[in-house]
Design a protein around this ligand. Structure first.
Ligand SMILES: [Ca+2]
Length: 390
């Protein structure tokens, strides 16, 4: 019943796409497409989650789920919700802010370390994204040794654009001891995304203890903050490492111009100088260009905007060989899970899944069992497990 009914073939990026949703051909999912799209069975692992934002995986088939108002819960393998863990710092909950991403350390089985990010309250109603490290107590009821290892500067009085996805970096298949953290430009401070003296509209890279890695790209540059990895971002709510270790992200554009980028050290991703979208008022972004010298073009853009959240590469064969290597992204706005086919590192097709769920998709991850897990964004949000009916 969740079988794909319409596949949207992706057109080349062009501003003309603003004028109509269907930029490419529409194809009914006939025999050929159906062979590539296993019928999905959607299992609700747990419900009753208040605006869940991120899911991480614990040993024994358990989960760690963040809820935006400021709670972190263990979900048992049978779906039973644990009580909120103690030790979570106070968060500035409101608007898009609160307790956001959570990931387990690659060596969690040994060190029980987790990383989470949140809207950290500041003076005078200001806030900013912060990254914390903690140890999950052996009995799973509380956080221990909680330490904020990075705080975005400056804090801004805003309820918007926190970014806040965490990715543990791997080099040659091994963790290099550092974390990527995505940081929004807080909406009202868009021009700051082009300046290196602040953390707004940036991706930063810090050690697991918060130390600045010696090979970060702006080390030693006068006036630049040393944590910065890449800049010119708007609001990055999805990030994942590709199987080859490359960082992939997506970000919200304004009206149109949501992007997929592969942020490289020291590079400028263009916001707010260039965009495939328009300002919310319908006016051009910057000089109305979608590209300019020195600014990295996106790998892909969504126009109109899908409001992407969450990102995962499927590396398992649990859904058959055709889906292996595909990229999955949630759409908040249109309430579907986007399966993105890649060929030679380019987007070649997109397929809309889970429309029948009827909720915004906030997060998608591949579990240790090779299955995809999805969080829906709602006051009664759910953790879903996708099963193939093959
Ligand atoms: Ca861009």
């Amino acid at each position: 019943m969740f079988r794909q009914t319409i596949d949207r073939i992706v057109s080349h990026p062009r501003r003309a796409a603003l004028r109509g949703f269907v930029a490419g051909a529409l194809l009914a999912a006939g025999g050929g497409a159906a062979a590539q799209s296993p019928a999905l069975r959607v299992q609700t692992v747990a419900g009753g989650l208040e605006h869940p934002w991120a899911v991480a995986f614990l040993p024994g088939g358990r989960f760690l789920v963040s809820e935006r108002p400021g709670r972190l819960r263990v979900v048992q393998a049978d779906g039973a919700l644990g009580p909120p863990l103690s030790g979570v710092p106070a968060v500035a909950a409101g608007g898009q802010g609160g307790l956001l991403d959570v990931v387990t350390d690659s060596d969690f089985a040994r060190n029980r370390s987790i990383y989470f990010c949140f809207s950290e309250p500041g003076a005078g109603g200001s806030n900013g994204t912060a990254l914390a490290r903690a140890r999950l107590a052996d009995d799973g009821t509380r956080l221990e040794d909680v330490r904020v290892i990075f705080s975005q500067r400056p804090k801004v009085a805003s309820r918007l654009h926190f970014g806040c996805r965490i990715v543990e970096r791997m080099v040659g298949g091994k963790p290099d001891g550092t974390l990527f953290l995505t940081l929004g430009e807080r909406f009202s401070q868009r021009d700051a995304a082009q300046k290196l003296d602040n953390h707004l509209g940036k991706i930063v890279r810090v050690g697991k203890d918060g130390a600045v890695p010696a090979d970060n790209p702006f080390i030693g540059r006068a006036g630049a903050l040393p944590e910065i990895w890449s800049y010119g971002h708007r609001n990055v709510q999805g990030a994942a490492l590709a199987p080859d270790g490359t960082l992939w992200t997506h970000e919200h554009g304004p009206m149109g111009g949501d992007e997929i980028n592969l942020p490289q050290a020291g590079k400028n991703y263009g916001w707010p100088l260039v965009s495939f979208g328009l300002n919310y008022e319908g006016t051009p972004v910057g000089a109305g260009q979608s590209a300019a010298p020195g600014l990295e073009p996106p790998l892909h853009h969504w126009t109109p905007s899908i409001a992407p959240s969450g990102m995962a590469f499927l590396t398992s064969e649990r859904y058959g060989p055709a889906w292996r290597g595909d990229l999955f992204v949630g759409s908040l706005k249109f309430q579907y899970l986007d399966r993105i086919e890649l060929k030679d590192g380019k987007v070649v097709a997109e397929h809309q899944l889970l429309q029948d769920v009827g909720q915004r998709i906030r997060d998608v991850r591949q579990g240790p069992d090779g299955l995809l897990y999805v969080l829906t964004d709602s006051s009664d949000g759910r953790l879903l497990r996708l099963l193939s009916n093959q």
